[in-house]
Design a protein. Structure first.
Length: 175
């Protein structure tokens, strides 16, 4: 059974853990990661979830995502999820998340990586993923509107594409 570290609202570890599926106590939060791989053409690698998954069966999703397990840093969780879900190895030890989105029960770290990946070399299908493909922002928005993609907010998808080439809220670095 998967165990998660519990954080407080300021993202400090509390020393507590919980098992996946347990009810969160008031003030408890956990860490989730997402990795979005983009190719040189500006497309995102998306995955189709397996039909036997508990949530979002057969739906398309961004490259990978999942919860950090106890003892993992955000980077370690992201590396593990990429390897587990699509069989690809990334080294994120010197990277920070490009974006963190707070949600009701946690922190959602997004890593935006520009890296051409030969999808024919990935070890698919896996327990989590039935197939992958490259998709444009417009294609993902269309899949969301058709109910075939996990229902992310369209402005978030647009932001991920807009931020893929650099970190921060400004389009130009002036330091």
């Amino acid at each position: 059974m998967e165990k998660w570290d519990i954080y407080d609202k300021d993202r400090n570890l509390t020393g507590k853990q919980m098992k996946r599926g347990e009810t969160f106590e008031q003030g408890d939060y956990h860490l989730v990661i997402h990795v979005c791989l983009f190719n040189q053409s500006g497309e995102m690698l998306i995955q189709q979830r397996q039909p036997d998954k508990e949530d979002w069966k057969n739906m398309w999703d961004i490259t990978v995502g999942g919860s950090a397990i106890s003892g993992e840093t955000s980077q370690q969780a992201a590396e593990r999820e990429v390897k587990e879900e699509i069989g690809y190895t990334l080294n994120l030890q010197n990277r920070r998340p490009s974006l963190t989105v707070n949600f009701e029960k946690g922190f959602d770290d997004y890593y935006l990586i520009e890296q051409d990946v030969d999808i024919s070399s990935l070890s698919l299908p896996t327990e989590e993923v039935s197939q992958v493909k490259w998709a444009s922002k417009e294609e993902i928005v269309h899949l969301i509107s058709e109910g075939l993609f996990i229902p992310y907010r369209v402005p978030l998808i647009e932001l991920l594409f807009d931020m893929k080439s650099g970190m921060g809220a400004h389009s130009r670095r002036e330091w």
